[in-house]
Design a protein around this ligand. Structure first.
Ligand code: 13P
Length: 255
């Protein structure tokens, strides 16, 4: 169960849109957006357009996220972007997305430093966790979630844990990865129960109820409502369906 009174609907545009398309889509979302109170709408576009979108969207109804950060603040790190560089342009950052873990080899030892770096720069980290298809088939979901929660949060002081948002994204449900299929309501209910139970075990009841837990993986306008209705789910992290402004707006309407 969740005591969070906020719902997050976050768009992860990955590498799907060009800079011009990103600006156009974000402005189209903002223009037509009518959000209920307590719903935070966030877009994680290409880092190339964060500055332009920060200026164009202003501090209004659409917030921005980075898709990734590096954990050092500055230095000789070719190709990386620090949390402190993102600070001022975005309020959130994804951390440990499964594409970062499995395509780019990120490990918990990197991810925990990124979560800490995000908070140091006053960004809300959205820590992505989730099992692969093999891990699910071998019955390892609970252990994987436990390792990724502990692995991602172990650098934080106890009083900072509630500032993190957790996104449960089973790798087998993410589109673009072969035969992806959305999580069933039963599987999602069980995984969210496991996540909150692990948080309870590690950090206590209050934190387990207060941390926001989102779902991501093949979310579309037609299934968003079912996922949002699952006990303990505080929002959605949407990939490909969020790149079309009208479909993303329909998803937001259900929050
Ligand atoms: P899809 O919604 O395209 O399956 O992607 C989910 C995701 O990875 C969001 O971070």
């Amino acid at each position: 169960m969740s005591k969070s009174n906020k719902k997050y609907i976050i768009a992860n545009w990955k590498m799907y849109l060009s800079p011009d398309e990103s600006v156009k889509a974000a402005l189209a979302v903002q223009k037509k957006l009518r959000v209920a109170r307590g719903v935070e709408v966030v877009i994680a576009p290409s880092a190339l357009v964060l500055r332009e979108l920060a200026a164009k969207l202003g501090k209004k109804n659409v917030k921005l996220a980075a898709q990734n950060i590096y954990w050092r603040d500055f230095g000789a790190f070719t190709g990386e972007i620090s949390a402190s560089e993102v600070h001022g342009l975005a309020e959130f950052t994804l951390v440990g997305h499964s594409e970062r873990r499995y395509v780019f080899g990120e490990q918990n030892r990197d991810i925990k430093k990124k979560v800490a770096a995000a908070l140091r720069s006053h960004l809300t980290p959205v820590l992505c966790i989730g099992e692969t298809r093999d891990e699910k088939d071998f019955g390892e979901t609970s252990e994987v979630l436990y390792d990724q929660i502990l692995g991602g949060l172990s650098e934080l002081a106890a009083e900072d844990i509630h500032k993190v948002v957790i996104a449960y994204e089973p790798v087998w449900a993410i589109s673009g990865n072969g035969n992806a299929r959305p999580c069933s309501v039963e599987d999602l209910t069980e995984s969210v129960r496991l996540i909150r139970s692990h948080l309870n075990h590690l950090y206590g009841k209050k934190i387990s109820e207060n941390v926001s837990v989102l779902y991501g993986g093949s979310v579309k306008a037609e299934n968003a409502g079912e996922f949002l209705a699952v006990d303990g789910v505080d929002g959605l992290l949407v990939g490909s369906a969020s790149t079309k402004a009208d479909e993303f707006l329909k998803i937001i309407e259900q929050a």
